[in-house]
Design a protein around this ligand. Structure first.
Ligand code: FES
Ligand SMILES: [Fe+2]
Length: 347
């Protein structure tokens, strides 16, 4: 059975009807055919002559060879096996070995709506691939304007759900990252509360704000985003706290891609100053903090969720898992519901 047709499989590879970040924009250079795996799909990424990015199944509609082993032809891709050419819409535009054959003109290559924002390529994975995608709504800190941001991209050998757990767990800041330059301060005890929002929830300490990793917001919708603030010491230059916008995408069951946009609301000379400081001093420190998260996630057992003893600091994880499981079950029900039967003519 296709794992993407099961609740468990959708949880492991990522729910449908979502935009997922796939990779940094720079990973797909003009003229190249790039193969990646994301959300349980084998994907081909390429740019047309105008630079627009296209995301399609890496599977030739003729006999399933990898299109990524083919030839980039500007506005189309040619398979290397028998030369079949497919355009950006997924239509076979030429079958050179049998001109005029019925395959020509047919739209048979699965094509995923794609967009680029804030230095990353996103694609829509629809449950019903013939339906139009929801709009990709990008959180304010990475939507441009007064905010300045850097994208940090990682690939870790752990289920993406472990990283989602980690992001929804502010308390690890005061323990795992206690020796970092941003998360050394504040109490090591807390009482949390959860607050529903229009599209998700905020999980926050009731007795401390602006001192450590003290709150996190999950936004559900056309894409899943996690947003949080980390207070910055004065030595980190001008601007308010350091906002992190995170997005995740499964690569396989036990590997995922993580996108961490590091954002600050600064303009003018202050923006230049913060960008200079970030590149020269802060970026390496932030990577060191992420390494602590990576080491923790990669060493966790595959059955971590099966034998837990959760406490009050874990209620955001429980809420998130419940949301995802309920939605996955609904998606499976939609996938397996019988097609509407044709009316039986009455004699
Ligand atoms: S398998 Fe691609 S052209 Fe035959
Ligand atoms: Fe962390």
């Amino acid at each position: 059975m296709n794992p993407l047709h099961t609740t468990e499989g959708l949880l492991r590879f990522g729910l449908r009807d979502r935009w997922y970040p796939l990779c940094p924009s720079g990973h797909v250079r003009p003229g190249e055919l790039v193969r990646i795996e994301r959300a349980g799909e084998q994907l081909l990424l390429w740019r047309d002559a105008a630079g627009a990015v296209h995301v399609q199944e890496d599977r030739c509609p003729h006999r399933a060879a990898r299109l990524s082993q083919g030839v980039h032809m500007g506005d189309r891709v040619a398979c290397n096996y028998h030369g079949v050419q497919v355009d950006a819409e997924g239509t076979v535009v030429s079958v050179p070995g049998s001109p005029g054959c019925a395959l020509e003109g047919r739209r048979v290559l699965r094509t995923f709506p794609a967009e680029e924002h804030a230095g990353a390529i996103f694609a829509w994975f629809g449950l019903d691939e013939s339906a139009p995608p929801a709009p990709l709504e990008v959180p304010e800190p990475i939507a441009g304007g007064e905010w300045s941001q850097f994208l940090c991209y990682v690939e870790w050998d752990a289920p993406y759900l472990y990283s989602l757990d980690n992001l929804l767990d502010p308390m690890h800041g005061a323990f795992l990252h206690r020796n970092s330059h941003t998360m050394f301060a504040g109490k090591r005890e807390a009482v949390f509360q959860i607050r529903a929002t229009d599209k998700g929830f905020v999980f926050e300490k009731t007795d401390q704000r602006g001192v450590n990793f003290d709150w996190v917001e999950l936004t559900h919708g056309g894409a899943d985003w996690v947003t949080l603030d980390i207070p910055y010491p004065d030595t980190a230059g001008p601007g308010g706290p350091f906002t992190i916008v995170a997005g995740l995408a499964a690569i396989s069951e036990n590997r995922h891609a993580g996108f961490f946009w590091r954002c600050r609301k600064v303009s003018g000379w202050e923006r230049d100053s913060w960008r200079f400081l970030y590149r020269n001093r802060l970026e390496a420190r932030h990577y060191a903090v992420l390494e602590q998260d990576r080491e923790m996630a990669e060493a966790m057992p595959a059955d971590a969720w099966d034998r837990e003893n959760l406490y009050q600091h874990d209620i955001a994880l429980v809420r998130m898992r419940r949301l995802l499981k309920a939605e996955a079950a609904k998606q499976v029900a939609r996938l397996t519901e019988p097609a509407t039967a044709a009316p039986v003519p009455v004699a």
